[in-house]
Ligand binder design. Structure first.
Ligand SMILES: N[C@@H](CCC(=O)N[C@@H](CS)C(=O)NCC(=O)O)C(=O)O
Length: 325
């Protein structure tokens, strides 16, 4: 695991010594938008028109942020419009790689060995972390965007005129409410589990783990009153919460020490997670083998011997075969 500095790869982890034991996530740097007519989106520059076959998505099946993009790609029926590559779940000294293995899909663009080569193709002097997801433009040979929150907004609506399936998970009138829920869920849950897991100071861990579970407790109560975060309909906010919840008992509870309660101990949150998992095509984006292999083997500061635990046995609903890839 490491990062690029002026285009050179350095094998180093997040330095929590300079942040008092706290994990601080860096902002993604490529922030352009695909739009129906190629006009610039809310950030970045224009020139990225929605076209079938023009864009390629790099993901890890282990990663909750990348999982969001796969879910929106599947819900909107974009599989034949946007291609995908899947990295190897093990992130070692060279970061994400395309080392062949079950579920890995090689890079068709540059036949890269390492994901950092994809970043260097876009920007030879790039400095920063090399993260998934990455949305690549095959026409301009560059990265459009590497921020999952923005990629899922594009997938939700940008391709509607070029063959996307119906469905709006971020309707205009609900955006202020969705954004407010997202901000809270991001801070306390999506990024919350990482702040707990990567804390290197007891007081920081204590603070973060209690704020994570206070937030889960709150949502448990809320989901006792309504089926989804915004009420009766499934929105983007639910998909963003789902990718953390589906990983909770498998990796965050054990590996990240988010262990005050398990997800299955929360009646409503567990019902909600299963309900979302059952939605068409969603189960095909969830790969517990990649999830467990990645977390337990890659974070050697937390699990030095890289032993992947056998459990837990998680009972998820059976999904119809036509919903699997
Ligand atoms: N803000 C980014 C975060 C993505 C992210 O941190 N991905 C992780 C995998 S779960 C990653 O690639 N980490 C590699 C690293 O930090 O070096 C997004 O949501 O797209």
């Amino acid at each position: 695991m490491g990062l690029l500095v002026d285009g050179k790869w350095h094998d180093q982890w997040y330095d929590t010594a300079i942040t008092g034991g706290r994990f601080v996530r860096n902002d993604a740097q490529f922030r352009n938008w695909i739009t129906p007519d190629g006009r610039a989106g809310p950030s970045g520059v224009g020139g990225y028109k929605a076209e079938a076959g023009r864009y390629h998505l790099y993901v890890s099946l282990a990663c909750p942020w990348a999982n969001r993009t796969l879910i929106l790609r599947a819900l909107k029926g974009l599989e034949s419009i946007i291609g995908v590559s899947v990295v190897n779940p093990f992130m070692g000294e060279n970061g994400w790689t395309f080392e062949p293995g079950p579920g890995v899909i090689a890079d068709p663009v540059a036949d890269a060995k390492y994901l950092y080569e994809v970043y260097l193709q876009a920007q030879p002097t790039y400095s920063g972390r090399v993260t998934v997801p990455v949305l690549w433009d095959l026409e301009r040979n560059t990265i459009v965007n590497n921020e999952s929150a923005e990629i899922i907004r594009m997938f939700n609506s940008a391709f509607n005129d070029v063959g996307a399936r119906k469905g709006d998970y971020a309707p205009k009138e609900l955006i202020p409410e969705i954004d407010a829920v997202n901000a809270h869920v991001y801070d306390t849950i999506n990024n919350g589990v990482y702040k707990v897991g990567f804390a290197t100071d007891q007081q920081v861990y204590d603070h973060e783990v209690h704020s994570l579970f206070a937030s889960l407790d709150e949502l448990e109560t809320q989901l006792g009153r309504q089926p989804y975060l915004l009420g009766q309909r499934i929105t983007e906010a639910d998909w963003r919460l789902f990718t953390t919840l589906i990983r909770f008992d498998a990796v965050y509870h054990g590996h990240f020490k988010c262990n005050i309660r398990r997800l299955v101990d929360y009646k409503n949150l567990w019902r909600y997670t299963k309900e979302l998992y059952r939605q068409p095509s969603v189960a095909s984006t969830v790969n517990f083998e990649h999830i467990k292999q990645h977390y337990y083997r890659s974070h050697t500061t937390i699990n030095p011997n890289g032993i992947v635990p056998a459990g837990p046995a998680i009972e998820l609903p059976d999904v119809a075969p036509e919903d699997l890839p």
